[in-house]
Design a binder for this molecule. Structure first.
Ligand SMILES: NC(=O)c1ccc[n+]([C@@H]2O[C@H](COP(=O)([O-])OP(=O)(O)OC[C@H]3O[C@@H](n4cnc5c(N)ncnc54)[C@H](OP(=O)(O)O)[C@@H]3O)[C@@H](O)[C@H]2O)c1
Length: 229
């Protein structure tokens, strides 16, 4: 595949390394200096690109989607913190007839964790003595809080609890790649379920899997949908 990388930070660099090792070509890459308003996302720069992968910032990502989809290029978006614009992005993607995969977390383990927590919440909500809660911690440079993954867990739990608000907390410190805990607490006991990322490799590998999957396809997909077929 010919790939474009939008955002050349920690994730962009790792994806480049992995993509090259898997035999793909990074045909174009851009960081903020040349692309502050999305001006580098032109027909000329993206010519021949099969999939553009965006790992930028919550402020930059919607402009990227606007420009890339207008050029008819498929996209994978790993950037988090833009879910309040999900419907606007979906309309853009559908209007341009391109393929698009987004995910708050591209680790396969986290996506299985989502499904397990859906099942756990369905059990615990039948026992009102248990209160659900969510906690996450990430490295000091992460811009959004709560993380997109914590918000997805919150959405899963609140759906199971029919709209009841689930208490959610975040910390930012050091170099932690990401840790998410879901707990259920009662007078009698506490149950905790934790996913700990060891490195960013799982995210990069999942993003590439999404790019390989969406190549040549049309439609708007969440990463968890493509994993479950
Ligand atoms: N879905 C997942 O599995 C997953 C996993 C890890 C991270 N993420 C998310 O992915 C995003 C990036 O994470 P990261 O760890 O790679 O962060 P990072 O190291 O800060 O990288 C983001 C890069 O994008 C650049 N950028 C900002 N605006 C841009 C623009 N308009 N055009 C091109 N590049 C631009 C930044 O430049 P400056 O630094 O100069 O501003 C930076 O180099 C975050 O939203 C994070 O939450 C998602």
């Amino acid at each position: 595949m010919n790939l474009a990388l939008i955002g050349y930070g920690k994730m962009g660099r790792l994806i480049e390394e992995l993509a090259t090792a898997r035999g793909h070509r990074v045909a174009f890459k851009v960081d903020i200096d040349e692309n502050r308003d999305g001006q580098a996302l032109t027909e000329q720069n993206l010519r021949g690109v099969d999939v553009a992968i965006d790992f930028t910032t919550p402020e930059a990502v919607v402009r990227s989607v606007e420009r890339v989809t207008a050029l008819g290029v498929n996209m994978v978006v790993g950037t988090t913190g833009w879910m309040n614009q999900l419907e606007a992005v979906r309309s853009m993607v559908e209007a341009k007839g391109v393929g698009f995969v987004y995910g708050s977390n591209f680790s396969i383990g986290v996506n299985l964790f989502f499904r397990l927590m859906e099942a756990a919440a369905a059990q615990f909500r039948q026992h009102s003595q248990y209160d659900p809660w969510i906690y996450e911690i990430h490295h000091r440079a992460k811009l959004d809080a709560p993380s997109g993954t914590a918000l997805k867990l919150k959405q899963i739990l609140e759906k199971a609890y029919e709209g009841r608000e689930v208490s959610t907390a975040s910390n930012r410190a050091g170099a932690i790649p990401g840790e998410h805990t879901v707990g259920f607490d009662s007078e009698a006991d506490t149950l905790t379920f934790t996913h700990t990322a060891r490195s960013r490799l799982g995210f990069a590998s999942g993003a590439l899997h999404a790019a390989e999957w969406v190549r040549g396809k049309k439609g708007f997909y969440e990463f968890s949908d493509i994993l479950s077929g």
